[in-house]
Design a protein around this ligand. Structure first.
Ligand code: SAM
Ligand code: SF4
Length: 334
């Protein structure tokens, strides 16, 4: 790792050349999914062969090394993490670690796993839901289980999970539902986060299909009295409470107002590649290092050396015609 002049770097923390400490690991445990969301997995692409996916033991070894390097929070994601057949074992591994634990899911199988999640203190749950309309849900996800997802959101609230909803806002697809989602945040007393549509491999992203932070904010502010919340520096969302209500909203403006300056995230894909930036090309093969019994902590530290300051070193997306530079989101782990 490069040392910044005058900066004392602790060997047990993951600091990049811009002085950003990485203490949050997003770990994809599968690139398989029971949904085929148009913006993420448009052709319902097939998943990686199981022998190329990290085993539960490998998951545990890798988490341990990361935690020894200062990781304080692990979020399991995918693909859809709850489709993994040995999910209970993965959750039991995570339960052993005394760190903050979280999961991102489409919510469909939550009713089968909430006890496992609770038992292992995986209390923070982000559930993705882009529409409250039946037909539209089918068009976006390719399935008709909207009512079960809604019931599972209610179940997560009732069981005391810290619930956030993730809504990817796409112009002409669901941008007429912002008010309905804010009302849902109020009704369930949860946080609903609106996410700018991001470009990934073959996901039909166009600059014009994105609804920017400012437009989302203007739309919602015209109907609700929003009060900006104090920011946690490394939080990707800008949060707003709704006057007189317990629910709140967030806007994740990765494209129009990137939060790269305070990035504290590092990712591992289901096939064991480190991605130090969501939008970066570079990947480090941790699975091979592990299977060859090499020192994984060196690989992890080295993966940060090339991390760019912003958007994986890409030009602003407005002027970037080639947006097919990356893996698909389902195979990175969102
Ligand atoms: N299957 C789980 C789910 O849907 O929550 C976890 C994986 S999914 C890749 C993680 C998050 O990435 C979801 O909230 C999803 O909406 C978001 N996502 C996927 N593709 C995206 C895109 N092109 N732009 C913005 N967010 C995206
Ligand atoms: Fe699956 Fe999540 Fe991607 Fe939808 S957003 S296709 S649920 S991985």
């Amino acid at each position: 790792m490069e040392n910044m002049p005058g900066r004392k770097i602790n060997n047990k923390t993951l600091v990049d050349r811009f002085g950003r400490t990485h203490n949050y690991l997003r770990f994809s445990i599968t690139d398989d999914c029971n949904f085929a969301c148009t913006y993420c997995r448009p052709d319902g692409n097939s998943c990686t062969k199981s022998n190329n996916i990290l085993s539960v033991d490998e998951f545990e070894e890798i988490c341990t090394v990361f935690i020894n390097l200062g990781i304080k929070k692990i979020r399991i994601t995918g693909g859809e993490p709850l489709v993994r057949r040995d999910f209970n074992e993965i959750a039991n591994v995570l339960g052993k670690f005394n760190i903050e634990k979280a999961i991102t899911t489409n919510g469909l199988l939550f009713d089968c796993y909430f006890e496992t999640l609770k038992k292992n203190n995986i209390n923070r749950i982000n559930i993705s839901l882009d529409t409250l309309k039946d037909e539209r849900f089918f068009e976006i996800t390719g399935n008709r289980y909207l009512s079960r997802v809604k019931e599972n959101i209610q179940l997560a609230v009732d069981k005391g999970f810290l619930v956030k909803l993730n809504v990817v806002v796409i112009k002409g697809t669901n941008d007429d539902e912002l008010t309905d989602f804010v009302n849902l945040a109020i009704k369930l007393q949860i946080t609903v986060r609106f996410i700018e549509f991001m470009p990934f491999k073959e996901n039909n992203w166009k600059f014009g299909s994105m609804v920017r932070h400012d437009d989302i904010l203007q739309n919602i502010s015209s109907k609700f009295n929003l009060i900006p919340d104090t920011l946690l520096q490394s939080e990707p969302a800008k949060y707003y409470s709704i006057k007189g209500q317990k629910g709140r909203i967030g806007i994740i403006s990765t494209v129009s107002q990137p939060f790269c300056d305070n990035c504290n995230r590092i990712r591992v894909t289901a096939d064991g590649k480190i991605k130090s930036c969501l939008f970066g090309h570079s990947e480090t093969d941790l699975r091979e290092a592990l299977r060859n019994k090499q020192d994984m902590s060196e690989f992890i530290k080295n993966s940060l050396v090339s991390k760019a300051l912003k958007h994986g070193g890409k030009k602003p997306f407005e002027s970037n015609n080639d947006v097919n530079f990356n893996r698909s989101m389902y195979s990175i782990g969102g």
